[in-house]
Design a protein around this ligand. Structure first.
Ligand code: F6P
Length: 467
């Protein structure tokens, strides 16, 4: 008997998918596979598990791939009209929901919830509806669908209406805002977001803190979380992958080049490194990190010539002016430190803004100190990755506002991310830790940071949803 249901047993939905396409000059399509926790998590269930990843076409190449029907097996890309996607992704997800959860507004002037916001919200609804309809179409009877992130908060509720037979999960990779901040949103919108998510059987968060904040918002806005289960799954780093990948030839090459930039001998002698690697999000606090480094050099001149701040600030969300301005500010402050303190043989800040994964791993290996000082962060995997990869062990300077603090706080030098002088002191303390203790701490950090690798993180959620 023909079924009106689809064939997929496990469905994942996220704005950004595991593959992106580029149209080459000869007109051919070139597919590039992305990495990340979800990709390795989903691959853990094996090729025969009937898994489907529903995602959005993001680039012209992606849209062309959809038009040509050239998609990869196991991936369905949705060609939501570009203007609707831009309103939903740039306008609502990244400029409103991201700002709310990371508490990024300068409140004397923003946010402004006006007619333009309402127009963009309608696009966010349409975009969430497109995902819900695709999932409803593709899912086998009783299948499990796990929806990702703040882009798709309305999907669980919409999908529940279309397909009451499904087991629906949602996972938030961001922090969740405290009640008072969440209530910056217009009341009806706050309610719609929460009710949308509560359409799920189960909601996942990266830490207990974010899960509790969500529950508190439900209590305040919609009278509680109802029957929806709430779980915490602290995504960890993938130790096996990182250890192997960071010893490949391209990483060794990058290490040699970096050593030259830093002014180190091949044995790592002479200069210490403070390493940071971020996507340039407003929440990563790169500028205050630089200001703290400046204060370290000013207040403790004994570190001049003896340390280099290696800062990789890779582009993110460059459609948004505020992100472009932030990157410009990072450059400006880095340049001004180099101008103020640099000497003929010493560049105090080595800043790179072009994404290069092999070079990131090279920097991890060379790190004496890792600086992870976000104003707020869902988890921050860099904090978990550097201790695994660093050759000699590193001291982690960690913001108490990063999700990773819950698991790594005991073995890190902890900072209030707004306290620049406190961060300068923390950098001094971290640089002063002796080799033995540094290696010991790093070992403990690596163990804690890899406790829940991506594959298990994903399977745990799947099992919880099925049981
Ligand atoms: O890091 C948090 C996060 O929400 C991830 O879950 C997600 O992959 C990413 O941010 C979204 O970033 P982008 O806008 O580049 O797709």
């Amino acid at each position: 008997m023909a079924s009106s249901f689809g064939a997929a047993q496990v469905l994942v939905a996220s704005n950004r998918g595991p593959v992106s396409y580029e149209v080459r000059e000869d007109g051919s399509l070139h597919a590039r596979r992305g990495g990340g926790g979800l990709v390795s998590g989903l691959s853990a269930i094996g090729p025969d598990a009937g898994a489907l990843w529903v995602c959005s076409a993001l680039s012209d190449g992606d849209r062309e791939a959809v038009r040509r029907g050239a998609g990869e097996d196991g991936v369905r890309m949705l060609d939501v009209p570009a203007d609707v996607h831009a309103d939903a992704y740039n306008g609502i997800a990244n400029s409103v929901l991201w700002f709310v959860h990371h508490m990024l507004y300068q409140t004397p002037l923003e946010p402004v919830f006006d007619a333009e916001f309402r127009r963009q919200w309608a696009s966010y609804e349409a975009y969430n509806r497109a995902f819900s309809e695709a999932l409803a179409e593709e899912a086998a009877e009783g299948a499990v669908a796990i929806v990702q992130d703040y882009h798709l908060t309305l999907v669980p509720g919409m999908l529940r209406e279309l397909r009451p037979d499904l087991r629906i999960g949602h996972f938030s990779h961001t922090p969740w805002a405290p009640v008072d901040y969440f209530r910056l949103l217009p009341d009806d919108i706050a309610e719609q977001v929460l009710r949308g998510m509560l359409g799920a059987d189960r909601l996942g968060f990266l830490t207990r803190r974010w899960a509790d904040a969500f529950t508190a918002c439900c209590d305040a806005v919609v009278g509680g979380a109802g029957g929806t289960e709430i779980g915490v799954h602290g995504l960890g780093a993938d130790a096996d992958f990182l250890r192997q990948r960071s010893h490949e030839a391209d990483v060794e090459e990058r290490m040699a080049a970096l050593r030259t930039e830093i002014g180190q001998g091949p044995d790592g002698s002479a200069r210490r490194t403070i390493v940071r690697v971020d996507r340039t999000e407003l929440s990563k606090n790169i500028v205050r990190g630089l200001l703290a480094y400046r204060e370290l050099l000013a207040g403790r001149p004994e570190w001049r010539e003896r340390v280099v701040h290696v800062a990789f600030a890779y582009p993110s969300r460059q459609d948004l002016a505020v992100y472009r301005d932030y990157t410009a500010e990072v450059r400006r402050v880095a340049d001004s430190i180099n101008e103020e303190f640099g000497t003929a043989g010493w560049t105090p800040v080595v800043l790179h803004v072009k994404d290069d994964f092999s070079r990131s791993l090279a920097a991890y290996r060379l790190a004496d100190v890792a600086l992870v000082n976000p104003v707020r962060d869902g988890m921050n995997l860099v904090a978990k990755e550097v201790p695994v990869v660093s050759d000699e062990g590193c001291v982690l300077v960690l913001s108490r506002e990063a999700g990773a603090y819950e698991e790594l706080g005991d073995d890190a030098v902890v900072v209030n991310p707004y306290d620049v002088s406190g961060t300068a002191e923390a950098l001094h303390e971290a640089l002063s830790v002796g080799a033995g203790e540094r290696a010991e701490r790093s070992k403990r950090l690596a163990a804690a940071g890899t406790a829940l690798p991506p594959a298990r993180w994903f399977l745990e959620q799947l099992e919880a949803l099925r049981s």
